[in-house]
Design a binder for this molecule. Structure first.
Ligand SMILES: Nc1ncnc2c1ncn2[C@@H]1O[C@H](COP(=O)(O)OP(=O)(O)OP(=O)(O)O)[C@@H](O)[C@H]1O
Length: 435
């Protein structure tokens, strides 16, 4: 058996023989290949340079998804040598039939690529690492490279969603949030709901996939346990799906946004300052805004009310999951800058993260935040402060300016995301280089 160059750059290859008649497993060099790990099968032919059709049949090649170390997935080619056209064609048809039977695997995807994410590498990542795997898996794609902020949202409001099995976003958290919001908004419009006030939203009709290519990729990290475009692509190709809770953020009169997470106070003010300095390179801008907001740290005058979730003792192991109909509310108040920095330093660690007397944590279903307006001689400040958007929110990394009272509600399992239950993944800590 001779070894030839692998057709996939990132993959590995093995060789073996087709023998017997097995519907779910093949044997290649002592290794059992389970069909649930296979995402593509091709007839393997010897062709001359430039030859597109025909060629001598050599066997079939099976492409499977391999679980590498630390949550990393990669693709791998297994060559099964057989010179009989009839034999290969019959195996090929049979294996294709099995692959077509996997329900959640997409056959057609709408893809949004944000070319401005991070250091402008999203387009390269998509065409070099993601698109070849989609092609190999025979997934049809319709790609929109976004031209401005809000472009994905306007496309999502108009296009023929029924033609696709899923939507994919290549970018950072801001882009994913815009696409998730657009997908859910579109679902409400299609269901005949008032998009300005949605009390019981309907689910997104198709799953959303996230290819990490941004400055912050928290959502991708949560779904795949790693920032790795090939891993994310293979989760999509293999149809790994999980239902995830989504929140609505509304003022008393208007739905602001569907989103996964939000910050009010320090995290929002940092983002607002960073947005004012868009001319700076992305990482510098964020570090600058972080340090400056920390230096000017002041408490946010507001009233906070919330509806706690009663978790039964036997269900308490579910408290960390992404789809149990609850939110974690973390309140930091009445503390000094020094103590606050200690809290921030521990923020990314899973151990004793919130173990400070000035940090309170609650498991809740609803939260209301009402900025407290000034009275007496300072009351005139309210008008100019609100006009400047002085009560900003950071919703999934996107800035919402000037909102008055904001009502946050969690809606269980409102969207399907490609990925796995992160409880099953090995966790790797996030880091911050400013403090
Ligand atoms: N062509 C474009 N030019 C400018 N902004 C765009 C473009 N396409 C999309 N956007 C917007 O860019 C924002 C940020 O994108 P994304 O989160 O992918 O990148 P990022 O590098 O993580 O962002 P940030 O620098 O804000 O952290 C999104 O809100 C999106 O709406």
């Amino acid at each position: 058996m001779s070894r030839r160059k692998n057709r996939l750059k990132s993959g590995e290859r093995q060789e073996g023989k087709m023998k017997g008649d097995s519907s779910v497993a093949l044997q290649a060099q002592e290794e059992i290949i389970e069909m649930k790990d296979v995402f593509s099968v091709k007839l393997k032919r010897r062709r001359f340079a430039g030859q597109k059709k025909g060629g001598t049949l050599l066997g079939i090649t099976i492409f499977k998804c391999l679980n590498k170390e630390e949550n990393k997935l990669t693709d791998c080619a297994v060559h099964l040598n057989n010179l009989s056209e009839d034999h290969c064609q019959s195996w090929f048809r049979h294996l294709k039939e099995i692959l077509n039977g996997f329900q959640n695997r997409p056959k057609s995807l709408k893809v949004f690529v944000n070319p401005s994410s991070h250091k402008r590498e999203a387009t390269h990542i998509y065409y070099e690492k993601v698109a070849p795997l989609f092609k190999l898996a025979d997934i049809k794609t319709d790609v929109t490279v976004t031209e401005y902020e809000g472009h994905a949202l306007s496309v999502l409001k108009e296009f023929e969603l029924q033609a696709f099995d899923g939507v994919v976003c290549v970018g950072g958290d801001g882009s994913v949030s815009e696409v998730a919001h657009g997908l859910l908004l579109r679902a409400q419009i299609d269901a005949g709901k008032d998009a300005d006030y949605v009390s019981k939203p309907v689910r997104a009709p198709v799953p959303l996939g996230v290819i990490p290519a941004g400055t912050t990729n928290v959502l991708a990290h949560t779904l795949y346990g790693i920032k790795h475009a090939v891993t994310a692509t293979l989760h999509i190709v293999m149809g790994h799906i999980q239902a995830v809770d989504v929140c609505t953020f509304s003022t008393p009169s208007k739905l602001l946004r569907f989103g996964f997470s939000a910050m009010f106070g320090f995290g929002a003010r940092t983002l607002a300052l960073a947005e004012k300095h868009r001319w700076m390179p992305s990482s510098q801008r964020k570090d600058f805004a972080f340090i400056k907001t920390l230096a000017d740290l002041k408490p946010e005058e507001c009233e906070l009310s919330f509806l706690p979730l009663q978790i039964l003792q036997e269900d308490s192991h579910e408290k960390d999951r992404l789809n149990n109909g609850s939110m974690a509310l973390i309140v930091v108040q009445n503390t000094s800058r020094t103590e606050f920095i200690k809290h921030l330093k521990r923020y990314t660690s899973a151990k004793n993260q919130f173990n400070f007397p000035f940090v309170e944590t609650y498991t809740v279903r609803e939260v209301k935040v009402q900025p407290r307006l000034k009275s007496g001689p300072d009351a005139r400040e309210n008008v100019c402060l609100n006009a400047e958007g002085n009560h900003p929110w950071n919703i999934d990394g996107d800035l919402m300016k000037g909102a008055s009272e904001v009502h946050v509600r969690v809606h269980p399992q409102l969207i399907d995301l490609y990925g796995v239950n992160t409880d099953d993944l090995e966790s790797s800590p996030a880091t911050c280089n400013c403090i």
